[in-house]
Design a protein around this ligand. Structure first.
Ligand code: SF4
Length: 229
């Protein structure tokens, strides 16, 4: 796959969808808008793990209404935070991680979220996807944030041939101009929610069908593999 082909794919998807937003938010003004700063994006992205967007939204709304700052969460009772974030699932684990994360940031980073991936990865429940999400949405640093949609669609399209999101991240970085890295999450996640649905790809309605390996070999829209690996 040449880099100009992936740029064509991103250009077409950008014509279909808005610019996207961090987990639990959208850019259509339907939800209360919390700032798109490193603190809010980091908290929401931790909460978004292994749950749906609407659950992330409810949990992060509860959290941010009760505790508006990193310092307030650092001082909070983890059991209370666990109750607030219960809609996102795994309340004890996520509540503990949220509080620990804020304590580490307060005590070791001067209350700031670091921008380096290696530093972000030291925080509780922060993996490469979360680090890339914070860097791209809150810091405007080009990053390939690979969630389940990006991993699935990139493989279906034949852009990559990978078995893990981490391998997908590096493979996509290798074939995409750096200035477009953040566009991958912005547009592929929305595409995965609207057209290229897990287990129900609507290839007949897809604007990148002739650039997609799966779309080229499956003439009608309908069912297909949701996860290819
Ligand atoms: S052609 Fe089908 S499989 Fe390919 S990206 Fe579009 S909807 Fe997904």
């Amino acid at each position: 796959m040449a880099s100009d082909e992936i740029c064509v794919i991103l250009d077409r998807l950008s014509g279909e969808y808005d610019k996207g937003a961090y987990p639990g938010r959208n850019s259509e003004g339907l939800n209360p808008e919390w700032p798109c700063d490193p603190f809010h994006v980091l908290m929401a992205t931790i909460l978004s793990q292994r749950t749906r967007d609407d659950n992330t939204r409810r949990a992060s709304d509860n959290l941010f209404h009760a505790y508006g700052t990193l310092e307030a969460i650092a001082d909070a009772d983890p059991d209370h935070v666990a109750e607030l974030v219960r809609p996102a699932g795994f309340p004890k684990q996520k509540g503990r991680a949220i509080v620990d994360c804020c304590r580490i940031l307060r005590d070791e980073y001067g209350g700031e979220v670091p921008s380096e991936t290696e530093e972000l990865l030291k925080l509780p429940m922060v993996g490469r996807k979360t680090a890339a999400c914070v860097r791209s949405y809150a810091m405007d640093i080009p990053s390939v944030c690979v969630d389940t949609h990006v991993h699935r669609i990139a493989n279906l399209m034949g852009l990559v041939d990978t078995t893990t999101p981490e391998a997908t991240e590096f493979a996509l970085m290798a074939i995409t101009p750096e200035e477009r890295w953040s566009d991958i999450n912005r547009y592929m996640v929305r595409h995965g929610q609207v057209v290229c649905l897990p287990n129900r790809q609507r290839c007949g309605e897809c604007v990148v069908r002739e650039l997609c390996e799966y779309g080229l070999t499956h003439r009608s829209s309908g069912t297909g593999p949701g996860i290819v690996h």
